[in-house]
Design a protein around this ligand. Structure first.
Ligand code: AMP
Ligand code: ZN
Length: 480
């Protein structure tokens, strides 16, 4: 049976049921990374929240069509990729330098997601592959009188769209008519016309366009890719809270300005990961990457659990104690799973005192799903699992669970693991790990990161895994 799920909608500021546009299917757009450096675990908190969201819909019986973009052209990417090029470098050299940087960090990013058991999106478009679609969207906005050209750049006229400000709940009085901003990122107190297409500056890679050489602004990228790949109506669009303004507000302006109707039904935003009261951010230098933590011996799945066991709309303070608590919680669930996988020894207590394990299981299942259905309330959903563990461990000490009762409990652990991806069956565990490493190796090869690809091959070899490249071009593996 398909479970109805509700989520907090930033647009209405209420928890609302998600009613799919197409029966049984959820279209989901998540803003992807800007690939100029390693993602930090603050960024990864957002991607883990989105994975939880997606897995919850899947486990609740929906088909999810998921698109996550890769932002591979943007102010910071250009700054970092062009720094070492001479002033006379050709446009082609500039594009190659940008691509070398973004390919490298795309592969690293996808590898990190694999390590964290984040499911791959169905569509993973790179912005630079959608330049014609972006140009067409800007042209459509020009035709509608929502865009104007100045010095080879094109700007969005926010006064032309009555709903501008609806997502960030902006005060329209405070908007500065006619003023415009070229930067991709700016603060709420400077609400102005924003740039759609930027005229080329010396030292920047560019594309030809009807307005002369230039490049897309950041916001137009997601509107163009989202509309192209998921269509004109989308169920859910999400990102971190910092994307509400200006990025998502501007995405709405671009897409709805062009479409003339509502584009996305549910806007869902995850809160920040903080360090000592400050947002974890590259610019503040207070960040860890996933690799930093793994090098310190942290189990990536404990990080996954530490993040997902907190509600996505609450600020989360990062700490090593939090990671240790997550490791302990996982140990408890995994030990229980092992116990249920074993034969069980009757404790010899009288049957009259026994609970009915199946009644307890049913209560736990209901509590789990009503918590998840209520805006992904993971702390309560996990509490339902821990209550079940205490009850059934006590019961099993007393009068052992039967084989069929154990089977029902294990089915529930599989059902909940489909959401949390942290307590898989041992064999499934190995399979997931191997598939993750193979995927990471494929990504490393695609990014021409040969040293990393070799390291991953050696790691698989050390695990006794033999890779097989088949005649039909596919590849597989087996245990030696
Ligand atoms: P970026 O690669 O900078 O475009 O960011 C990728 C995602 O990480 C965006 O959805 C941001 O909202 C999110 N993000 C950035 N910093 C944090 C943080 N400290 N905690 C949670 N999410 C963050
Ligand atoms: Zn976006």
């Amino acid at each position: 049976m398909r479970q109805s799920l509700s989520l907090f909608n930033t647009l209405t500021r209420r928890v609302e049921p998600v009613v799919p546009i197409a029966e049984g299917e959820i279209s989901l757009y998540t803003c992807g990374p800007t690939v100029y450096n390693f993602a930090h675990i603050g960024n990864l908190r957002t991607f883990l929240f989105q994975d939880l969201l997606k897995r919850t819909f899947q486990a609740a019986g929906y088909r999810v069509r998921h698109c996550m973009n890769i932002t591979d052209v943007e102010d910071k990417i250009i700054r970092d990729s062009q720094a070492d090029l001479p002033a006379v470098a050709s446009n082609q050299d500039r594009h190659s330098a940008m691509k070398a940087l973004t390919d490298r960090f795309t592969a690293i990013f996808l590898e990190d997601l694999g390590t964290l058991q984040v499911l791959q999106a169905d569509y993973l478009p790179k912005a630079t592959d959608y330049i014609p679609e972006m140009i067409r969207l800007v042209q459509a906005l020009e035709v509608k009188g929502l865009a104007y050209v100045r010095d080879g750049s094109v700007y969005y006229r926010i006064a032309g769209l009555p709903q501008y400000g609806c997502l960030a709940h902006l005060d329209r009085e405070g908007m500065q008519a006619g003023a415009s901003v070229d930067a991709d990122e700016y603060e709420r107190d400077s609400v102005t016309d924003f740039v759609l297409w930027k005229a080329a500056k010396p030292g920047e890679p560019s594309w030809d366009s009807p307005w002369g050489p230039g490049r897309p602004g950041w916001h137009i990228e997601c509107s163009a890719m989202g509309m192209e790949l998921l269509g004109p109506r989308v169920d859910i669009h999400s990102g971190g809270v910092d994307l509400i303004f200006p990025h998502h507000e501007n995405e709405i302006a671009q897409s709805e300005g062009c479409l003339g109707h509502r584009w996305v039904n549910h806007w869902v935003h995850g809160e920040f990961l903080m360090v000592e009261g400050q947002k974890m951010a590259k610019s503040l230098g207070n960040f860890f990457t996933l690799r930093d933590l793994v090098a310190r011996g942290v189990d990536p799945i404990a990080l996954r659990y530490a993040i997902q066991s907190n509600h996505y709309r609450k600020v989360l303070n990062f700490s090593f104690e939090g990671l240790r608590a997550a490791e302990n919680a996982l140990k408890r669930i995994r030990a229980f799973r092992k116990r249920m996988e074993g034969q069980g020894q009757a404790g010899g207590g009288p049957w009259a005192e026994a609970l009915d394990p199946l009644v307890r299981l049913d209560q736990a299942r209901q509590a789990f799903w009503s918590a998840m259905a209520d805006d992904l309330n993971t702390p309560e959903a996990l509490a339902a699992i821990f209550t079940l563990i205490s009850d059934l461990n006590a019961q099993d000490d007393h009068v052992a669970l039967t084989h069929s009762e154990r089977g029902s409990v294990l089915a529930f652990l599989d059902e909940t693991d489909a959401v949390f991806a942290a307590w898989p069956h041992e064999a499934a565990n190995l399979e997931a790990e191997v598939e993750g490493l193979i995927e990471a190796r494929r990504a490393a090869k695609a990014g021409k990161n040969w040293a990393e690809a070799d390291r991953l091959r050696d790691q698989l070899k050390a695990m006794g895994i033999i890779l097989e490249d088949r005649k039909d071009g596919s590849s597989g593996w087996r245990k030696a």
